[in-house]
Design a protein around this ligand. Structure first.
Ligand SMILES: NC(=O)C1=CN([C@@H]2O[C@H](COP(=O)(O)OP(=O)(O)OC[C@H]3O[C@@H](n4cnc5c(N)ncnc54)[C@H](OP(=O)(O)O)[C@@H]3O)[C@@H](O)[C@H]2O)C=CC1
Ligand SMILES: CC(=O)N[C@@H](CCC(=O)OP(=O)(O)O)C(=O)O
Length: 346
């Protein structure tokens, strides 16, 4: 058994990590990190943990935590992990950072989109982008994994095979994404009040959302060249779930058979990615509570464009589930351990 600690255990992503790790046969949960709830019982923060977790919340001291556990998850706001990590800590523990601190390889891009100064750029190069399906071998060897964002996970996985196989023109790519409100975290914000979200749908971060450079960077590697795309997120009145609808012009010679073959080539043997049957459009409910991503596509012959679709649970594959999948790879466990969750429906 390995010992695990979470900094930011009281947030939505941290709470989901606790739920998954309590069911993981190789992990013992040791540290429920928080700033606001130190010395309160964890179940007082999340009553669904009553009789399941008796521990108290601890502070967010990464130095002390590194002496107690084998793996640290940082499920904290942007900038925090980068401000705490150092070589001594990384020589003792492995870290899976759920924030964006180590996702972008160019620190200038990070500072421009996140509007904060990066506190430990020396670890950016070493950090492995933790999209397990694309970077499995590197994740296995990593000390520091940058867990991808929720929109980015769904967007990249939905489009990757077509870009990698040259079946679409990358510069024409437009990604429209919709998320449930848990994507915004547990903190009180006016934008997330019931009256603002219920019976409503709105775009936000148009042309400025910070997941844009992350998607561009990863899909740029697949394309073999840098390119720009349009990414527009929307907030919808659901608790969980992300639906991506992406549009791109077909490359010459790309047809339905070639596209289906590309999805099968990259995802046919993946446990967590399901390429749905022809004409079946992904729905967030079909993956809710699970670590699955469902993808599919349709060609519009009138416009010679392909519409790619993907659905994930933002808190599972989009955050905590993917973090556990990465941890499994880093410690040589079965990749699916603790994650063979059947989706909840309805
Ligand atoms: N929600 C989602 O769907 C996804 C979230 N993420 C990322 O995961 C991370 C956590 O997100 P989420 O759970 O949604 O956010 P929440 O706002 O729900 O939780 C934030 C957590 O961080 C802790 N925290 C806040 N400020 C500090 C600080 N200065 N020092 C130490 N701890 C602090 C909070 O603890 P306390 O209040 O007890 O002090 C809380 O546990 C973020 O980086 C987010 O971008 C990634 C993918 C998806
Ligand atoms: C609905 C909603 O607000 N979603 C969040 C994305 C959550 C996420 O994945 O964020 P990080 O990249 O910061 O880890 C947002 O748009 O900011």
């Amino acid at each position: 058994m390995i010992k695990a600690g979470i900094i930011g255990a009281t947030g939505y992503a941290g709470g989901e990590l606790v739920r998954l790790l309590l069911n993981h046969k190789e992990v013992e949960m040791k540290w429920y990190g928080s700033r606001s709830y130190i010395d309160k019982k964890y179940y007082e923060v999340y009553q669904n943990m009553f009789k399941l977790v008796d521990d108290k919340c601890m502070d967010d001291n990464m130095e002390a935590l590194a002496d107690e556990v084998d793996v640290i998850f940082t499920a904290t706001p942007q900038g925090l992990c980068a401000s705490l990590v150092n070589e001594e800590i990384l020589s003792k523990v492995k870290i899976v950072d759920l924030s964006a601190d180590f996702r972008l390889k160019d620190v200038k891009v990070y500072e421009e989109w996140y509007k904060i100064q990066h506190k430990s750029p020396e670890f950016i190069e070493e950090a492995v982008y933790g999209l397990s399906e694309l970077n499995r071998e590197d994740v296995k060897k990593a000390r520091l994994v940058a867990n991808p964002g929720c929109y980015t996970t769904c967007s990249i996985l939905t489009c990757y095979p077509l870009i990698k196989e040259g079946l679409i023109q990358p510069e024409t790519l437009i990604i429209d994404a919709k998320s449930g409100t848990s994507g915004a975290g547990r903190g009180a914000k006016i934008d997330n009040l019931y009256c603002e979200v219920n019976e409503n749908i709105k775009a936000y971060g148009v042309t400025t959302h910070r997941h844009t450079p992350e998607i561009e960077e990863q899909l740029g590697y697949a394309a073999g060249r840098a390119f720009c795309l349009n990414f527009t997120p929307h907030l919808v009145p659901m608790n969980r779930g992300i639906l991506v609808t992406a549009y791109a012009s077909l490359a010459q010679d790309a047809d339905e058979d070639a596209i289906r073959a590309a999805y099968e080539k990259y995802y046919g043997s993946e446990y967590f990615i399901r390429v749905l049957d022809k004409d079946v459009c992904p729905q967030t409910k079909w993956v809710e509570g699970s670590n699955f991503v469902d993808v599919n596509f349709k060609i519009d012959k009138r416009t010679n464009r392909v519409i790619m679709m993907g659905a994930i649970d933002n808190l599972v594959k989009g955050a905590a589930g993917q973090a556990v999948q990465n941890m499994n790879l880093m410690f040589g466990f079965e990749e699916t351990e603790g994650l063979k969750l059947v989706p909840m429906f309805p």
